[in-house]
Design a protein around this ligand. Structure first.
Ligand code: MG
Length: 375
């Protein structure tokens, strides 16, 4: 039995991880569950999975709310380094995932990583841990696809090709984007996900994050990572090799598949979610190039990543604030990139060789984004 800790257990990835675990009760023991605000759901999860450790907003502040069973309340950092934990599922939304991710890697736990912001902000620190022997099991569907395509291959990779659905506004006239509502942005055509990432998928900030994620996870230079629009979300990404061969990974757009692959790696197990996927019913798979004018957030992400230092941390923080304000109807959809750009332009980057430097940049950018938006 693998001892599992799930950070972000009440979020979309956390809940889907528990669905996978529920279907393999003999393989996993849930040692720790970390939620944040959704105490009602966390209580239900504790009742069903009986974790030894639990963490939420209240416990981080030092109080222990009732209804969490016999579980010991701990911080996320304590949870990920606990001796009974073998594998940590990192599904905390936003920059809060960085510190526990580093802690888990330093404790040499397997880390099934869904929180891509951790890699965007702290790519260099995380890459150092990987170089020193820590293991990340990608959960993001695109990163998982590349990981699966690279399996058994050598170093002869020419390019990584990351696919993007293009989100709900792929065909909307650019002049109409200023007036789109949160409801429209949250109505993703192919994936069911949490709110922050769904908006990031509509702006394609998320795709920028995924290029950065691939750069660090697979040690691939920026000019060897390409993005192609693929509206059906069936081909989850591709790898091109030096002889001109391309390998693609195809599956139903269901996050439980990459989650299960990461949990059981290197084994493949039968699955309730992917079996019976009928390729003849897809009809057509199409690919097109990205219209950069439509998706300014994509370029903002890549520019920040290539500038390096603490620019990516400032970008992530500003994006989180901007998306939050958009969801509260305090910022227009096309003002998301405008606000992020203003914050990043004003940011004076330091080196990003310590967690403190990154978190300082995060706090600065968060404060500045709120001030600039007048919120
Ligand atoms: Mg993805």
């Amino acid at each position: 039995m693998k001892g599992i800790a799930i950070l972000g257990s009440t979020g979309s990835i956390g809940c889907q991880t528990l669905e996978v675990i529920r279907s393999f009760p003999q393989h996993f023991s849930v040692v720790g569950l970390g939620g944040w605000r959704n105490l009602a759901l966390l209580r239900k999860q504790v009742e069903e999975f009986h974790p030894a450790l639990v963490s939420c907003q209240e416990t981080e502040r030092g109080s222990a709310p009732p209804g969490l069973g016999n579980a010991t309340t701990v911080t996320l950092e304590e949870m990920v380094s606990h001796p009974q934990v073998d594998l940590v599922v990192m599904a905390v939304a936003g920059p809060a995932g960085l510190l526990p991710t580093l802690q888990a890697l330093r404790s040499r736990k397997l880390v099934a990583l869904a929180s891509k912001e951790a890699l965007v902000m702290g790519g260099q620190l995380i890459a150092q841990e990987m170089e020193a022997g820590a293991t990340i099991l990608p959960v993001d569907s695109e990163a998982s696809a590349i990981w699966q395509c690279l399996r058994g291959e050598g170093q002869e990779v020419a390019r990584l090709i990351i696919t993007a659905s293009g989100g709900p506004f792929r065909k909307r006239p650019i002049s109409e984007l200023a007036s789109v509502t949160p409801e429209e942005a949250l109505n993703h055509p192919t994936w069911r996900m949490g709110k922050k990432i769904t908006v990031d998928s509509a702006t394609l900030m998320n795709k920028g994050f995924e290029v950065i994620e691939a750069h660090w996870l697979f040690q691939t230079p920026w000019d060897r990572i390409q993005v192609a629009l693929h509206p059906q979300s069936i081909v989850h990404s591709l790898v091109e090799f030096q002889d001109g061969t391309l390998k693609a990974q195809l599956a139903a757009p269901d996050m439980r598949l990459p989650i299960q692959y990461a949990l059981f790696y290197p084994k493949r197990m039968p699955s309730q979610w992917g079996n019976g996927f009928d390729i003849t019913r897809i009809g057509q798979l199409s690919f097109e190039s990205l219209n950069r004018e439509r998706y300014p957030c994509f370029d903002l992400a890549l520019e920040a990543a290539q500038a390096g230092g603490t620019y990516p941390a400032a970008l992530c923080a500003a994006d989180e604030v901007a998306v939050g304000l958009f969801l509260e109807r305090k910022l227009g959809f096309t003002e998301i990139p405008t606000l992020v750009q203003k914050v990043v332009d004003e940011h004076r980057s330091g080196s990003a060789t310590s967690l403190e430097q990154i978190m300082d940049a995060d706090a600065w950018a968060r404060r500045r984004a709120l001030e600039m938006a007048g919120a």
